[in-house]
Write a protein that binds this ligand. Structure first.
Ligand SMILES: [Zn+2]
Length: 330
């Protein structure tokens, strides 16, 4: 009986010790959680102290003419600030924020895609993979140059022209990449530049940009159009064809928003932060580039037997008919 009581009291003792230990552990965890919540609350203040207060954005009439965009009335960054300021405006709300982030994020997606594809494709040793690598590289270049131009061009007129020339250079490089990949994978057979001038009206500038781009795009895109037409005629079930169709439609839709200041012309001052035609152009172009990469990747896999000639041989071989793909090998 006594043993039983001793046993009971020792069990009670163990239980109470366990309970008190558990209570201590629970209290400690609650305490840590409370500290973590408090630390989370301090994040905005920490961010504020890490990033200095940036000068406020200004109105259309406060910036030089070269920076003025039609129908965009506010959200302009001040000129002649330090480079650090323009880099930090990446995290500030202004009328170029969306333009920067759309192409910056798409450039990062292209990098991830490139890394993912490189798991199964040897870009260095497989000559057949070189055009695919070129299109990925040139897509990354054009997207990152565009993001840089939209982020840094507001410093001065010199930086405006310097960075937008770089932007147009990126477009030309990308057109080259598209030309090589389209002629190599999509069919078998090639690129452009554009300039801005402050003295010319905006509309004329647009024409100077659009005409060479459109001509180059017609040339670069002709294998795609031919492929779509052939597929339509024969009723093919090629899985890459819908992606070629989507990227062609998206590129054409993006050209519309690049050419015309819609919808901001209809809602003057309402699209200063978000909703500008140029932002829509960025999004459409980014999605189009991803669709194009998906289509070319499918062609890369499916068309290896009939395009086994190396790109170097293919580029240095004189013109040949698209209907005789193996002519260069003979
Ligand atoms: Zn842009």
């Amino acid at each position: 009986m006594m043993d039983h009581n001793v046993c009971n009291s020792s069990t009670d003792l163990v239980l109470s010790l366990l309970q008190s230990n558990m209570a201590t552990v629970v209290m400690e965890q609650i305490g840590r959680l409370f500290i973590n919540v408090q630390q989370l609350r301090q994040i905005p203040q920490l961010l504020e102290s890490a990033f200095p207060t940036l000068p406020c954005t200004v109105k259309l009439s406060d910036v030089p003419k070269v920076f003025q965009e039609r129908y965009i009335l506010t959200g302009y960054r001040q000129t002649e600030q330090s480079w650090r300021y323009y880099f930090l405006t990446l995290f500030q709300r202004h009328n170029e924020s969306i333009n920067v982030w759309t192409h910056l994020l798409t450039a990062l997606i292209v990098l991830v895609k490139c890394q993912e594809i490189s798991q199964t494709v040897d870009f260095l040793r497989d000559p057949h993979a070189q055009p695919l690598f070129i299109v990925l590289l040139t897509a990354f270049i054009t997207l990152s140059f565009s993001a840089l131009a939209h982020l840094l061009s507001a410093k001065s007129e010199l930086s405006f022209f310097t960075f937008y020339f770089l932007d147009y250079l990126g477009v030309a490089v990308y057109q080259y990449g598209c030309g090589v990949a389209h002629y190599y994978y999509v069919s078998r057979r090639t690129g452009t530049r554009e300039y801005a001038n402050l003295e010319r009206p905006k509309f004329t500038n647009k024409l100077y940009q659009l005409v060479p781009c459109t001509l180059a795009y017609c040339l670069d895109g002709s294998p795609v159009v031919h492929r779509l037409y052939s597929c339509y005629q024969t009723g093919c079930s090629d899985p890459a064809v819908p992606f070629h169709l989507y990227h062609t439609i998206l590129f054409m839709a993006s050209a519309y928003f690049f050419s015309f200041p819609h919808p901001e012309s209809l809602f003057t001052g309402k699209c200063d932060f978000i909703g500008q035609g140029h932002q829509i152009f960025h999004v459409l172009m980014g999605v189009a580039a991803l669709m194009q990469i998906a289509a070319l990747r499918m062609d890369f896999t499916a068309r290896r037997p009939c395009t086994s000639v190396s790109m170097a041989t293919w580029l240095t071989t004189p013109w040949r008919s698209s209907s005789s793909p193996t002519a260069a090998q003979r």
